[in-house]
Design a protein around this ligand. Structure first.
Ligand code: SAM
Length: 281
């Protein structure tokens, strides 16, 4: 159990601990090292949407009703994402990192916490436009099986496409964004060629280990929900999973600056939170 939650005299904290333990025992998901503020906020939001009188009743419902638990999992995971989110980051990736990856015969990429897939398809588009896609294997993972299914489909609401087109253009897109999807009713279906080298899979950063050696790991807007202890653990997992000279890309509010792995990296772009694993590690 996280330090955040240890030895609390606060009744609400105790109920939250019991809630998380119940979920861990029943389903194996360990949220003990997620940020306390985040977890409490999500539990309280869910509580007001139910007829449960308190967190203990909510815990009982979560362990006796799997469909209800699926909603709790969605609450905790926060799946907000978009295509070419932070266009400047993708521009930097395209202009500064792709030319280096271009010199490799094969490129292995891990996109961790990929949510519903918008970011990984954005990456696929950049790789295609750079002529690198056929040399790449991209592992796109998330711990939420429901959201991975959405990612595999690659079908998005047409309403989002205007924003995604703007992001694509700002990120240095070379074609017309409409080349990458077809419209059906109120949905945009992404071109299936983008999926060819993407392997979508369930992977839990808290409990699962390394599964390869990658040239690039992208994990954006995930560590922000973890406490320092879990951030360190996951940062060590990424360090173990990167090839020498491999790149780690984090979200705009995330950094390895305070992490125990900092010495093993050079900062490639502090603005875009991109780090390069030392060649000598
Ligand atoms: C806010 S989304 C970020 C999506 C995307 N990377 C982006 O930046 O737009 C956070 C994602 O992290 C996933 N996540 C949270 N905890 C995780 C864990 N322990 N293991 C793997 N994925 C996790 C969530 O399911 C969610 O899809």
């Amino acid at each position: 159990m996280t330090d955040d939650f240890k030895f609390s005299n606060n009744d609400e904290d105790i109920e939250v601990i019991l809630f998380l333990e119940a979920i861990k025992l029943k389903y194996g998901y360990n949220f003990g090292d997620y940020s306390r503020a985040h977890i409490k906020r999500r539990i309280k939001n869910r509580l007001v949407k139910t007829d449960c009188k308190n967190i203990l009743e909510l815990a009982h419902k979560a362990i006796t009703d799997e469909a209800f638990f699926a909603n709790i999992l969605l609450d905790f995971s926060i799946n907000v994402t978009e295509m070419f989110r932070d266009p400047d980051f993708f521009k930097h990736l395209r202009n500064e990192i792709i030319p280096i990856l271009e010199t490799y015969p094969q490129i292995k990429i891990w996109h961790a916490g990929c949510s519903s897939g918008e970011e990984v398809y954005s990456l696929a588009i950049i790789l295609k436009e750079s002529g690198l896609y056929d040399r790449c294997k991209i592992y796109a993972t998330d711990f939420n099986a429901t959201i991975i299914d959405v990612a595999k489909d690659g079908i998005y609401n047409l309403e989002s496409i205007k924003e995604y087109t703007k992001n694509y253009n700002l990120s240095g897109g070379k074609q017309s964004f409409s080349d990458y999807y077809t419209v059906k009713y109120d949905h945009a279906i992404l071109d299936s060629s983008l999926k060819k080298n993407i392997i979508f899979a369930e992977h839990n950063l808290v409990t699962d280990g390394s599964f390869g050696e990658f040239n690039l790991i992208i994990c954006r807007n995930v560590l922000i929900y973890f406490n320092r202890n879990l951030q360190n653990k996951v940062n060590n997992l990424f360090l173990d999973s990167l090839a020498k000279g491999g790149y780690l890309c984090l979200g705009s509010k995330e950094t390895i600056d305070y992490s125990e792995v900092k010495k093993q990296y050079d900062t490639f772009s502090s603005e875009h939170k991109i780090y390069r694993k030392n060649r000598k590690v």
